[in-house]
Write a protein that binds this ligand. Structure first.
Ligand code: BES
Ligand code: MN
Ligand code: ZN
Length: 490
C-alpha cells in the first residue's frame, strides 16, 4: 500500500473513492459542504433518507458521482462527537474504510478533516492497513476483491519528512500486528512450537537482534521444569525463545516482554470439552504479540533495551502427559502442585518470568491468554490488567488508551491469596472458581521477585469468534499496538 499527500481541492481529484468525515450533529460544512454542493445536494439527501447523523461507525455511500467531481464514488463517514475526536477516531475511520471497500477502489482519497495534528496521519494509515487485513491463505482465490493500492491524504499543513515518518511508523506497527494475527490464525498443525521458534529467529535476523532458542534438552538442563513437564504429553518438542533488542545509544531502561505460547491447549489430561477446545490454537497469542512487538521495535528503535521471552509448547494428553497431583519445580526453585492440567499457561510462564528476573530488567510485562474467568469478568473485547506496581499499570493503561486497545485493571485482592496455597508444595496451580483471573495473576506473582511487573490477560481480545467493529475475525494482534506505544514512550 502506497501513501501520498496533496493540498489539492478534493472535488478535483481523480480517485476511485473519496472519503470525507462528518462530526455528529454537524450541519454540512468544510470539505463535506464542497462535495455536497458539487453533487447538487446528493449527500444531504441521502443522509436525510438514511437518517445519518455522523455517529462513529456509521456511514453513507454515493455509488456514482456521474463525473460531477473527480472522484468516482464518495464515502461519508461518521466521526462521532467532536469533543472526543482523537487518534483513535481516525484509526477507526481508516479501518472502516478498508473494510467497506471490497470492490474496485484501488485508489482512495481522504479529506483534510482526518488530519487532526501530530500522529493523525499515522493513525489513519494504521487503520487502513489493519482494516484491509484478511487471512485467506488456505482459500482458493476467487479474484472478486480489489485491494487498496494507493491512499492519498489531503492535507495542507504537513511537511514531507513528518509525513514519511508517520507512514513508516504506521507500516511498522501494522505489519507487526498482522504478523501476530497470521500466527494466531495458522492452524495448530502448522504453528507448532518449533515453527514459532523459526519465526522468532527470522524476526531476529530481519531486525538485527540476538536470538537464543533452547530445545527440550537445554530447557531441562537449565531447570525450566514447568515448560518441560507441560510439554510432555505432546509429540511436539517445546522451545524457550529469547530475543534481545539493544539500542545503539546508551539506554534508559531494560524491560522484558513475556508471552504464553501454547500452540494448542487441549486441556491435557483434564481434557477440555469439545466446544471449549475449538479456537485453542489461539493460546499462543501472547507469544505472537511478543514477536510482533519485537519486530516493530527493531524498526522503530526506541532507546530502551527489550528482551522478548517466550515459553512455547503444546498441552496434550499423550502417554507421558503430566498429571493432577504432580509436583513441579520451576526455574526459580519454587514448587507447584498440579491440581488441573488445563491451568498450564501459568506453569510455563513461571519459568519465563523467573528467567526474566535473572536478566535484571527494570520491568517485566507478560501477555497471556490465561483464563476464561477474565472473559467472564470483562467480556471478549477487554484485557485484564494486573500487577505489583500501580505506576506501571497506569502507564500501560494510558498506552492502551492511546493505541485504541481496551484494558481494565483487576485488583490483586489479598483475601484471595490463600486460594492457591498447597498442602504439599509452595503453591497449587488453581484455586476455586471465583476470581480465577486474579488468582492466576497471584500465582504468576510468585515468579517475579521484587521486579516491577504487569500481567495482561488477553484471553478475550486476542481472538474474535465473530468480526467486531474494529478488529477482524480470528487473531487480532491485541497487545502489539499498546506495548509498542508504551515502549516508544518509555
Ligand atoms: N487457555 C486457557 C484460557 C482461555 C480460555 C483462553 C478461553 C481463551 C479462551 C487456559 O489455559 C485455561 O484453560 N484456563 C482454565 C483455568 C482453569 C482450569 C483454572 C480456564 O480458564 O478454564
Ligand atoms: Mn488450559
Ligand atoms: Zn491455555
Amino acid at each position: 500500500m502506497d501513501f501520498k499527500y496533496s493540498g489539492e481541492n478534493i472535488c478535483k481529484i481523480g480517485t476511485d473513492l473519496l472519503v470525507v468525515g462528518m462530526f455528529k450533529g454537524d450541519k454540512f460544512s468544510g470539505s463535506v459542504k464542497g462535495v455536497n454542493d458539487a453533487l447538487g445536494d446528493v449527500l444531504k439527501t441521502i443522509c436525510g433518507d438514511e437518517k445519518f447523523d455522523g455517529d462513529l461507525g456509521k456511514s453513507v455511500t454515493v455509488s456514482s458521482t456521474f463525473g460531477k467531481i473527480g472522484a468516482k464514488r464518495v464515502l461519508l463517514l461518521g466521526l462521532g462527537d467532536k469533543s472526543r475526536f482523537s487518534h483513535d477516531t481516525v484509526r477507526k475511520a481508516g479501518n472502516l474504510t478498508a473494510k467497506k471497500l471490497k470492490v474496485a477502489s484501488a485508489h482512495v482519497t481522504f479529506g483534510p478533516e482526518f488530519n487532526g495534528g501530530k500522529g493523525y496521519i499515522a493513525a489513519l494509515a494504521e487503520g487502513v492497513m489493519l482494516g484491509a487485513y484478511g487471512f485467506d491463505k488456505y482459500k482458493t482465490k476467487n479474484g472478486a476483491e480489489t485491494e487498496i493500492e494507493n491512499v492519498l491524504i489531503i492535507s495542507e499543513d504537513i511537511k514531507d519528512r513528518r509525513f514519511e515518518e508517520e507512514i513508516s511508523a504506521a507500516k511498522a506497527i501494522s505489519e507487526s500486528t498482522c504478523l501476530a494475527r497470521d500466527m494466531v490464525n495458522e492452524p495448530p498443525v502448522y504453528m507448532t512450537p518449533s515453527k514459532l521458534a523459526d519465526i522468532a529467529s527470522a524476526v531476529a535476523d530481519e531486525g538485527g537482534m540476538r536470538c537464543e532458542i533452547f530445545d527440550l534438552e537445554e530447557i531441562k538442563r537449565r531447570g525450566m521444569e514447568g515448560l518441560s513437564v507441560v510439554s510432555s504429553g505432546s509429540a511436539e518438542p517445546p522451545r524457550f525463545i529469547h530475543l534481545t533488542y539493544e539500542p545503539h545509544k546508551k539506554y534508559k531502561a531494560a524491560l522484558a516482554v513475556v508471552g504464553k505460547g501454547i500452540t494448542f491447549d487441549s486441556g491435557g489430561l483434564c481434557l477440555k470439552p469439545a466446544d471449549s477446545m475449538r479456537t485453542m490454537k489461539m493460546d499462543m497469542a501472547g507469544a505472537a504479540a511478543v514477536l510482533g512487538i519485537m519486530k516493530a521495535i527493531a524498526r522503530l528503535k526506541p532507546s530502551v533495551k527489550v528482551h522478548g521471552l517466550i515459553s512455547t509448547c503444546e498441552n496434550m494428553t499423550g502417554p507421558a502427559a503430566y498429571k493432577p497431583d504432580d509436583v513441579i519445580r520451576a526455574y526459580n526453585g519454587k514448587t507447584i502442585e498440579v491440581i488441573n492440567t488445563d491451568a498450564e499457561g501459568r506453569i510455563v510462564l513461571s519459568d519465563a518470568l523467573s528467567y526474566a528476573v535473572n536478566l535484571k530488567v527494570d520491568e517485566i510485562i507478560d501477555l497471556a491468554t490465561l483464563t476464561g474467568a477474565c472473559m467472564v469478568a470483562l467480556g471478549t473485547y477487554t484485557a485484564g490488567l494486573m500487577g505489583n506496581n500501580q505506576k506501571l499499570i497506569d502507564r500501560i493503561k494510558k498506552a492502551a488508551d492511546r493505541a485504541g486497545e481496551k484494558m481494565w485493571q483487576l485488583p490483586m485482592d489479598e483475601e484471595l491469596r490463600p486460594e492457591i496455597k498447597s498442602d504439599v508444595a509452595d503453591m497449587k496451580n488453581v484455586g476455586s472458581r471465583w476470581g480465577g483471573a486474579i488468582t492466576a495473576a497471584m500465582f504468576l506473582e510468585n515468579f517475579v521477585g521484587d521486579t516491577d511487573w504487569a500481567h495482561i490477560d488477553i484471553a478475550g481480545p486476542a481472538y474474535n469468534e465473530k468480526e467486531s467493529s474494529w478488529s477482524p475475525k480470528g487473531g487480532t494482534g491485541f497487545g502489539v499496538r499498546t506495548l509498542v506505544s508504551y515502549i516508544m514512550d518509555r
